[in-house]
Design a protein around this ligand. Structure first.
Ligand code: FAD
Length: 474
């Protein structure tokens, strides 16, 4: 059968991994096609992930800041929230601007974009079906799979009821529910809890594990847990939402686990909306990849080597569907690498660490080895921790609850990990990532002159605490 479209390289999926790969491939001279099932480019991150959530978190931060400013003698009064305007800001002023930008950048590079759902039909062919079911056959020499992931849907939840939401639904901001239940206390759940609480919902969070943000060190979560408590957010750990029943009155949720009896401490006994944020599942199993000979795990992950090649050498895979951490900056890095290798460059995936950030209030950021991991692996590490209560700048902006923690190899004094809790932690953690990549020792960090008074000083201070040159903090 003759192909409708021929190209050197096709990228499936236009998320941060996919568009980066397609743009880089085109810049390196490859004839490139980018296939995306949705109308706009940008994938989960730009359309229904990182970017809209941060736009809403900005509104939440303003509300929070205004609420506390009365304490320092500046009273803005009660905020008036115009949901239509907020939605317009998120969707048109932020997301829309960047999806248009991506379309322009694709055009500029002569990357052909095709809208439709792609499936493999052979090792060198894809079938692309548009919304009306019309198909096109595309023949390629090389392919990059960047089809991403989607929210896990719990069974026993009435998903056809619009009051049961995944993160995409929650970001639409259809209304501000009076009683919101967030199922899953990971990064996405807590970010959305932050947004809805600021907008006026009474928020309850249930988490199956014994701490919020499972995977991070326990001390990182404490300032956030304390702040949530003060704000009236009910958090129930070791507790599972097992089943939801919908009625006109609301959503009745059945809980199991430690706090099962206490969770529905609501007068009505029902929630107005339930947000499920219990993780994301890779889309690797939905592409008929076996027709191309590409191995996909039972869970839908695709294994790759250090050059992002799958077991079929002319087919690469990147982003959420190749494994954890499912983060945009990992996808971007992998996208660039795959494109460069496809274009003939002899490169490998060499990043030492990938930072994680929860854009909650306070923000929580960590990178490299955690204390929990060091303990589990028997690594000999030492910790330098600088409490922001000792930073005049942090106290001066009313946010002394944070801290900066650096983790060093005891034998070499080289930095192996770090974490920052507090406002702007997500921006501040990059210095720690750079220090790890550069193999910095505690003295390198401690002796680097940081500007005063800044929150970034806390990184140098934490190194000095480890070195023993600052001793009078506690
Ligand atoms: P995706 O962004 O998932 O894109 C895959 C694309 O492929 C999609 O557009 C999809 O429509 C398309 N596709 C799939 N199958 C096909 C097919 N068969 N044919 C054609 N097209 C197909 N990460 C961060 O680093 N920072 C954050 O602050 C952050 N916040 C987040 C907030 C939320 C609410 C969510 C849900 C996620 C967040 N993430 C964040 C995670 C981040 O969005 C993902 O890690 C990132 O989008 C992964 O990029 P990707 O390129 O692998 O795939």
């Amino acid at each position: 059968k003759p192909a409708d479209i021929e190209c050197h390289i096709v990228v499936i999926g236009s998320g941060p991994g996919g568009y980066t790969a397609a743009f880089r491939a085109a810049d390196l001279g490859l004839d490139t096609v980018l296939v995306e099932r949705y109308e706009t480019l940008g994938g989960v991150c730009l359309n229904v992930g990182c970017i809209p959530s941060k736009a809403l978190l900005h509104a939440a931060a303003l509300i929070e800041e205004a609420a506390h400013s009365a304490e320092i003698g500046v009273d803005f009064g009660k905020p008036k929230i115009n949901l239509d305007k907020l939605r317009d800001f998120k969707q048109n002023k932020v997301v829309g601007q960047f999806t248009k930008g991506l379309a322009g950048m694709a055009k500029q590079r002569k990357v052909r974009t095709v809208q439709g759902v792609a499936r493999f039909v052979s090792p060198h062919e894809l079938e692309i079906a548009d919304a009306n079911g019309k198909t096109q056959l595309l023949r390629f020499e090389q392919c990059i799979i960047a089809a991403g992931s989607q929210a896990v849907k719990l069974p026993n939840f009435p998903w056809d009821d619009p009051r049961v939401m995944d993160s995409t639904d929650a970001l639409e901001l259809a209304e501000v529910p009076k009683q919101l239940l967030v199922v899953g206390g990971g990064i996405i759940g807590l970010e959305m809890a932050t947004v809805y609480r600021a907008l006026g919902s009474e928020v309850t969070v249930v988490e199956f594990m014994d701490q919020l943000m499972p995977g991070s060190d326990k001390d990182l979560v404490r300032p956030l847990a304390e702040r949530l408590k003060k704000q009236g957010v009910a958090v129930h750990l070791k507790t599972k939402a097992a089943k939801v029943e919908a009625s006109k009155k609301g959503l009745t949720v059945f809980f199991e686990g430690a706090d099962a009896g206490q969770v529905p401490a609501l007068e009505s006994g029902t929630f107005d909306r339930v947000l499920v944020s219990v993780g994301r599942a890779p889309n690797g199993g939905k592409l008929d990849a076996d027709k191309a000979g590409v191995q996909v795990s039972e869970r839908g992950f695709i294994a790759v080597d250090r050059q992002m090649r799958t077991n079929v050498p002319h087919i690469f895979a990147i982003g959420d569907l190749v494994g954890q951490p499912m983060l945009a900056h990992k996808a971007t890095h992998e996208g660039r690498l795959a494109a460069e290798v496809a274009a003939g460059e002899k490169k490998e995936w060499v990043a030492r660490v990938i930072p994680s950030v929860a854009y909650t209030d306070p923000e929580i950021a960590w990178v490299g080895v955690t204390e929990t991991e060091a303990k589990a692996k028997g690594l000999k590490v030492g910790v330098g921790k600088f409490p922001w209560a000792a930073s005049a700048r942090a106290v001066g902006i009313g946010r002394g609850e944070g801290f900066t923690k650096l983790i060093f190899d005891e034998a070499t004094h080289r930095i192996v990990g770090g974490a920052i809790v507090g406002v702007h932690a997500g921006d501040l953690i990059s210095e720690v990532a750079l220090a790890i990549e550069m193999g910095a020792e505690a003295a390198d960090i401690g002796h680097t002159i940081h500007p005063h008074p800044t929150l970034s000083e806390s990184v140098a201070m934490a190194a000095e605490v480890y070195e023993g040159t600052i001793t009078d903090l506690y």
